[in-house]
Design a protein around this ligand. Structure first.
Ligand SMILES: [Zn+2]
Length: 341
């Protein structure tokens, strides 16, 4: 069983203190539609960064960036949809159900235990899912498109009955379909069920960025899984290594770039990572497939509910009701006893 190969880097049960067990995931994120990843708010430019093209190719290029927040927020929301469906989100200190981006996490649900929280009342749980900015393989100039949205007249065209053109309503920049982002995700001291939960969230999330009801389709693929006592090389180092490999022959990379060529180059680049300090095992191709099949099975219609309930139950000995500031401590304990049964 492929999970057995990772067992020395997985926690047998949840515990409060870190023990250095590290699982690394290499994720390829590909846009399947227009995608909008702005810093914050409208009118802001798309997230991008000037960086060295490769590890050996010292040319500076501008790459598109998918920030940590833009990755994790939709993935957490995806998992939380199912926690909500099975009634596994707990009331927060103000009695509202646990919710993201508010000052009132429940501090008791799977999401709070795994992805962490910082509560106003002083409680905090460090996230055990460590992410970093993911970078596009190609330059920002290759991956960006510009669209001018014109008003359409009643006759269905952009000219009125007298032949006057409509005025531009809006010019907006978007990331084209087919843009690849390479990403490294680190999981610290997670149990096997937590690993299944995080991978499930990554594989089941299909919308990212702004206006995600209309644009923002993405596909995530896991290209590698590692176990060890240290983090893998960063996603920046990965994208640079892949850039070097693909341009070594003098080839010029152009959009749209063929996914299979990228996948092959990435798998080759990460195949030497087992020799890096603190990285001990990499799942083979067939072990990786078996693990993804195992995750799919746990998230399937028949197994999802018992799986999530079992994961939820694993935190039971560690549950405390949210602290209500210093004065409310006593009350919080009473609530724990109640919630505990
Ligand atoms: Zn919670």
């Amino acid at each position: 069983m492929s999970i057995d190969k990772l067992s020395s880097f997985l926690a047998p049960a949840y515990e409060n203190f870190p023990k250095g067990r590290t699982i690394g995931l290499v994720v390829l994120r590909t846009s399947l539609s227009e995608l909008i990843l702005r810093t914050e708010g409208t009118g802001e430019p798309m997230c991008r960064e000037f960086i060295q093209a490769g590890l050996t190719d010292k040319k500076i290029i501008q790459r598109l960036v998918m920030t940590k927040r833009k990755q994790v927020a939709p993935e957490r929301r995806r998992g939380r949809e199912f926690l909500r469906a099975y009634d596994l989100l707990y009331p927060s200190k103000d009695a509202s159900p646990c919710s993201l981006n508010t000052n009132a996490p429940c501090e008791m649900c799977v999401d709070c235990f795994l992805y962490g929280f910082a509560a106003g009342g002083g409680g905090a749980q460090k996230s055990r899912v460590w992410t970093e900015d993911a970078f596009s393989l190609l330059s920002a100039a290759d991956g960006l498109g510009d669209r001018t949205i014109n008003a359409i007249f009643e006759n269905g065209t952009m000219r009125d009955n007298k032949g006057n053109p409509s005025t531009a309503l809006n010019t907006s920049e978007y990331i084209k379909p087919g843009v690849h982002f390479l990403d490294v995700v680190t999981l610290k001291d997670v149990t096997v069920d937590e690993l299944r939960y995080v991978i499930g969230n990554i594989l089941l999330t299909s919308r990212y960025g702004a206006v995600s009801s209309r644009v923002g389709r993405m596909e995530n693929q896991i290209l590698g899984i590692f176990g060890g006592i240290a983090e893998l090389p960063s996603s920046l180092e990965l994208v640079q290594a892949v850039h070097d490999a693909l341009t070594a022959s003098g080839a010029v990379l152009e959009h749209p770039f063929e996914s299979n060529a990228l996948i092959t180059a990435t798998k080759k680049a990460i195949s030497s990572w087992k020799n890096k300090r603190g990285v001990s095992v990499q799942l083979s191709e067939s072990e990786l497939e078996a693990l993804i099949a195992d995750v799919d099975r746990h998230w399937s219609e028949s197994e999802r509910e018992p799986f999530l309930k079992r994961l939820d139950l694993s935190y039971q000995p560690f549950r405390h009701a949210p602290a209500e500031g210093k004065k409310g401590k006593g009350k919080g304990k009473a609530a724990t006893a109640e919630a505990g049964n």
